[in-house]
Design a protein. Structure first.
Length: 589
């Protein structure tokens, strides 16, 4: 049964799998890090990169990005399989050769049916599907969490040590696995095997990959953790907000209203993942699990781990709930919360008395019908790949792309490192950090003057007074060049130049060269990241329209504002510019 479940879920994820660089979050950075065996963005994700390199090497077909996406699908299917085993297997007592089912009255066909339905709900939840189809580390983290649950279920000293090893390894996949610590503290294995601490430390040794590999200066080397100081700053995300999920939007200050709003948001997110039926049965399972004294210790650890990984984590993040980025940032963290929610759902279902013959089928039907089953395929998602290709077409030889956003940088990074396209283009990021400055000096020595630079402010000044004379500078958003004059050039903006009839004609020609596979209307896409990529094209049309407005070429300006609104109907800048242009345009035109 487990093998059938794995094959079915794996095939389901593969059917909608992205075939190249996904639009999702940091996928491009992880693909490039795996390909180069480099250092991914903090905290480095050491085990994920190592497992990814092994997976990509052993898989005999497909491009590198696709292989990494397949790995996510593989571990998502494996997670569902382990959860099914956990739910339908007995739990050993502390005595020799004794067993009990991990929840009272959950045995036989009842256990198998409850496990199957609940596992299907988990495997087809929106967050799991989204993360199973893109290059991200969350499905590997979920797999390790499910494996830890299965080990601790064995209730033996040997299995406890195995779980400790997995926890140490898992922290290098994603640090939120530390929320599983209550499962260890509340384990019924007594006394705690002291050797388990050594197993945990052994798992942590995978972090040594970061300084060892960084000392070789790989192409992808975030934070350069080759020194103890840099290593600590990478692992703790010191340069990127630490515990904050967003360095600017997260706020470590709460009011009673903030707490209520964040908890309400979390419940709403869980409802979208599971449906009201499974949410209700999970609540019933929490109440039922606190009753039996003999299993209360184990259940308390499970409940505390879920609280930490779910509502408490959302509360800690304290992201602004009205921001469009918030759902996209928080969605991946629903996967671990979902892994720990699975047992509660089954515990709630088995509360139904066995005398109710149709109780279990009705409960299963209620959970299946109360959940939304609408999802989309990522097979035709070429938005990130095409955007990177189109942007590179807009850049001349040896151009510098100044402070590109993460989606821009990561996608171009894959093209440069994996496909060896436009390796002459310089992606200028992180120059305000010491390691970023050292990286620039090592990779592009001619970009900076051969003099010591003492501060980030001095470095930024030299970029415009010295470096911009050595290489043409561009940005993918014009506000990054303020107050430097610029002109539109396709999807980018040339710094320190003025708009002219010739430059506007060239911008038109570059935009016409863009390859656009897919639906380029932001409102037609549910996920934030695809909408964000499409908005770059709309911004390019709007900003070229502004240049035509300033030149008094009203018909062309209006045409570009309208093109921008066709792609991004709610773009306020294009709406206002179009209204102003129509009002100012001479009546005879």
């Amino acid at each position: 049964m487990s093998l059938i479940l794995f094959l079915l879920t794996f095939a389901f994820y593969l059917c909608g799998l992205s075939g190249t660089i996904p639009s999702y979050r940091d996928s491009g950075d992880l693909i490039a890090s795996i390909h180069t065996l480099g250092i991914a963005h903090p905290p480095g994700y050491a085990l994920y990169v190592l497992v990814g390199k092994l997976f990509v090497t052993l898989m005999p077909f497909g491009n590198v990005a696709y292989r990494v996406n397949v790995m996510s699908a593989f571990f998502a299917a494996a997670t569902a399989t382990l959860l099914f085993r956990f739910l339908s297997s007995p739990r050993r007592k502390s005595g020799p050769s004794q067993t009990e089912f991990w929840v009272p009255a959950c045995a036989g066909m009842t256990s198998t049916a409850c496990a199957g339905v609940t596992t299907i709900l988990f495997a087809t939840s929106p967050a799991v599907i989204a993360l199973a189809r893109v290059a991200e580390m969350y499905t590997l983290a979920a797999f390790l969490a499910a494996a830890i649950l299965l080990c601790l279920q064995r209730n033996s000293a040997r299995a406890f040590c195995g779980a400790a090893l997995l926890l140490g390894l898992g922290l290098s996949v994603h640090p939120t696995l530390i929320f599983l610590l209550p499962l260890f503290l509340c384990s019924s294995v007594r006394p705690f095997p002291r050797v388990s601490l050594l197993y945990f430390v052994l798992g942590l040794t995978v972090f040594l990959y970061l300084p060892i590999r960084a000392s070789e200066h790989p192409l992808v080397n975030w934070g350069d953790p080759s020194t103890w100081r840099n290593f600590w700053r990478v692992v703790t995300r010191a340069d990127y907000g630490g515990l904050k999920l967003h360095p600017e939007q997260s706020s470590f200050s709460w009011s009673a209203g903030d707490v209520l709003a964040q908890l309400t948001y979390f419940i709403s997110a869980m409802k979208n993942e599971w449906g009201w039926g499974a949410l209700g049965f999970g609540g019933m399972g929490i109440v039922a699990g606190l009753r039996p004294l003999k299993s209360r210790r184990w259940f308390s650890g499970l409940l505390l781990a879920w609280v930490l990984s779910g509502p408490a984590f959302f509360l800690l993040s304290n992201l602004p709930l009205r921001e469009p980025t918030t759902p996209a940032i928080l969605q991946p963290y629903l996967v671990l919360a979902g892994v720990l929610w699975v047992p509660f759902v089954v515990m709630g279902v088995v509360v139904i008395p066995r005398t109710m013959r149709w109780g279990l089928p009705l409960a299963a039907l209620l959970m299946l019908c109360s959940r939304s089953w609408i999802w989309s395929s990522e097979r035709n998602d070429f938005y990130a790949y095409d955007y990177a290709r189109n942007l590179l077409r807009s850049l001349p030889q040896n151009a510098v792309l100044y402070e590109p956003d993460d989606p821009t940088r990561f996608s171009i990074q894959v093209l440069q490192i994996v496909e060896h396209r436009r390796e002459d283009v310089i992606l200028l990021n992180f120059f305000r950090t010491r390691w970023g400055y050292e990286y620039i000096k090592r990779r592009w020595p001619d970009l900076l003057p051969p003099v010591p630079i003492e501060s980030g402010q001095e470095l930024e000044r030299l970029l415009w007074t010295y470096s911009a004379r050595q290489h043409p500078f561009y940005a993918e958003l014009p506000q990054k060049l303020t107050p430097v004059p610029y002109r539109a050039q396709g999807l980018v903006y040339a710094a320190q130049t003025e708009s002219s009839p010739m430059s506007r004609a060239r911008a038109e020609a570059l935009l016409e060269l863009d390859v656009q596979r897919g639906d380029y209307v932001t409102s037609h896409h549910a996920d934030f990241f695809t909408r964000h990529l499409v908005s770059y094209y709309a911004a390019a049309q709007n900003n070229l329209g502004i240049e035509y407005t300033n030149a008094g070429e009203w018909p062309r300006a209006i045409a570009h504002y309208q093109a921008a609104l066709q792609m991004e109907p709610d773009q306020s800048a294009a709406t206002q510019n179009l209204a102003a242009a129509l009002q100012k345009m001479p009546k005879h035109l």
